[in-house]
Design a protein around this ligand. Structure first.
Ligand code: FMN
Length: 147
């Protein structure tokens, strides 16, 4: 059975909801999925997974500090060639920036195989809530990306 891990950062809980929706969509396709907050991930265990899904909230137009710290730790493990997909939560505005974009760039730089361009879940305010339909959308994406 394929194994995947969804790794997320979150300050107010919205990105965690999206992470869990992605995990749910993947599980429905028969993938064994763990869903873990970035600061709780044991990076040495990542070699056990076929697929890494990584996302966080957009802070100051880019990647949040805890997610940056996590991405830095990835340099010490061999995850080259593994499948990856990045996501974020952010405002709808084109001025908002995107954490997912930065995460994807890092994963590409580590030699991972990006299965789908990063996707964003839109929030209505800094603390949420998510726009209607976002969790459903990411559950669907979860079902698609694991193929
Ligand atoms: C310090 C800080 C900076 C932020 N900067 C941005 C930003 O540049 N662009 C954006 O779209 N949202 C920004 N936001 C809003 C976050 O995107 C929002 O809080 C996040 O998506 C909610 O996810 P969470 O509940 O998982 O923390 C910022 C939020 C905080 C707390």
């Amino acid at each position: 059975m394929k194994r995947a891990i969804v790794i997320y950062d979150t300050k107010f809980g919205n990105t965690e909801k999206i992470a869990r929706a992605l995990a749910c969509g993947m599980e429905k396709q028969g993938v064994k999925v763990d869903c873990v907050k970035a600061d709780e991930v044991d990076v040495d265990k990542l070699v056990e997974y076929d697929f890494l899904v990584i996302g966080g909230p957009t802070h100051a137009f880019g990647v949040s500090k805890p997610m940056k710290a996590f991405l830095e730790k990835l340099r010490s493990v061999d995850i080259k060639g593994k499948k990856a997909f990045a996501f974020d939560t952010k405002y709808k505005s084109w001025l908002a920036g995107s954490a997912g974009k930065g995460i994807e760039k890092t994963l590409k730089g580590l030699g991972m195989s990006i299965v789908k361009p990063h996707s964003s879940a839109i929030i209505k305010g800094s603390e949420g809530p998510l726009e209607e339909g976002m969790e459903e959308m990411f559950e669907r994406i979860g079902g698609e990306v694991q193929n």
